[in-house]
Write a new protein. Structure first.
Length: 94
């Protein structure tokens, strides 16, 4: 398992600080791993930055082979915004 896969599994959709990730990976500077997550296919990735643009926390999870409804249900179960609240699955505009 490479560092990108470890970072995704470590977060699994929950917010983690870069310090926690560094300790988990045994890496002083996990910034390269986090930069790689931005362009990873099949992964959702969000990050918060400080006033200097440095990533302070992130969350990531796998979304390949998931429907938008599956992703929304997973996020909703964790109390996260899930984006489908304004879409009527039965048709019609919200």
């Amino acid at each position: 398992m490479n560092n990108i896969e470890k970072a995704i599994a470590f977060s699994n959709g929950e917010w983690r600080t870069t310090k926690e990730l560094a300790e988990h990976l045994g890496d002083n500077r996990p910034s390269n791993t986090l930069k790689s997550l931005q362009n990873k296919n099949g992964v959702t990735y969000e990050a918060d930055h400080n006033e200097y643009g440095k990533t302070i926390r992130y969350r990531a999870s796998y979304i390949s082979d998931c429907t938008p409804v599956d992703i929304a249900k997973s996020r909703k179960s964790r109390g996260l915004p899930f984006g489908l609240e304004s879409i009527s699955i039965l048709g019609g505009a919200a």
